[in-house]
Ligand binder design. Structure first.
Ligand SMILES: [Zn+2]
Ligand SMILES: [Zn+2]
Length: 251
């Protein structure tokens, strides 16, 4: 499995941290067939990575906060307008993702809102408490916007992603033993609904994951990512990666 990080920033680093960085908002690709999160402006770095949007079978969105989701509208439009897509596309995410996606396309007055003009079907899958879909398992986490965590198993390897839920028992169980756990980090100190570096380090240790990649990391650490990684390493002995935009990780 290969993960490509298109964008690694969040909208609100939070708690007095700055948001003036140069990185794109959160978006990743898994192999050629899955897009994971589509933050604002995701299409720019997706294009810069030369992604063939006709190979994408599904889009996974953890929750509907705009730094994880709002970029979907231009990706869907590009599939129509640049790639002349005809094959169906799955959009998988929290309750409300169908109405939110259709609403965005309509609000923006883009022809992609119209099925005939779009040329391809969008099949929405709104997630319940826990789901198993082909190589994907999901659980609902705990965040102000309904957020889901994902586990993908391919060729005996496990990629897990926690997109902004705190580490509930269910989320920790879902990521157990993963070869790579990608997780958002938003704040520096423990918080009621955002993850701090020490939370990620402790959860990764408890769940026995082999490697950790922290995304959505605060802008202050651009240029000194190792200091940020160390805050996770203080609670976890495995490898800690703090990806930048365009980083690729092979599992
Ligand atoms: Zn976020
Ligand atoms: Zn959020």
């Amino acid at each position: 499995m290969k993960v490509t990080f298109f964008g690694t920033a969040g909208l609100v680093p939070g708690m007095g941290l700055q948001i003036s960085g140069s990185r794109g908002m959160l978006s990743m690709g898994i192999d050629d067939d899955t897009l994971l999160e589509l933050g604002d402006g995701a299409l720019r770095n997706i294009n810069a990575n030369g992604v063939d949007l006709n190979k994408v079978k599904r889009i996974l969105v953890s929750h509907l906060h705009s730094d994880h989701f709002i970029g979907i509208v231009h990706v869907l439009f590009s599939m129509m307008n640049v790639f002349n897509r005809t094959r169906p596309l799955e959009v998988i995410g929290p309750r409300g993702i169908a109405a939110a996606t259709q609403g965005l396309m309509a609000l923006c007055e883009l022809p992609v809102a119209n099925r005939e003009k779009r040329g391809y079907d969008i099949e929405y899958r709104e997630l319940g408490e826990a789901e198993a879909l082909d190589d994907l398992r999901t659980v609902k986490g705990d965040h102000p916007s309904e957020a889901h965590a994902f586990r993908i198993e391919r060729n005996g390897q496990v990629l897990a992603y926690n997109g902004e839920s705190i580490f509930t028992k269910e989320v920790t169980e879902l990521v157990r033993g993963a070869d790579l756990l990608i997780c958002t980090v938003v704040v520096l100190e423990p918080h009621s609904f955002h993850i701090a570096p020490q939370d990620l380090g402790k959860a990764a240790t408890e769940a026995g994951v082999k490697r950790v990649a922290a995304v959505h990391w605060p802008t202050e650490f651009e240029g000194r990512r190792d200091e940020f990684a160390q805050m996770i390493r203080d609670h976890y002995d495995g490898e800690v990666i703090v990806p930048d935009d365009f980083t690729k990780i092979e599992l």
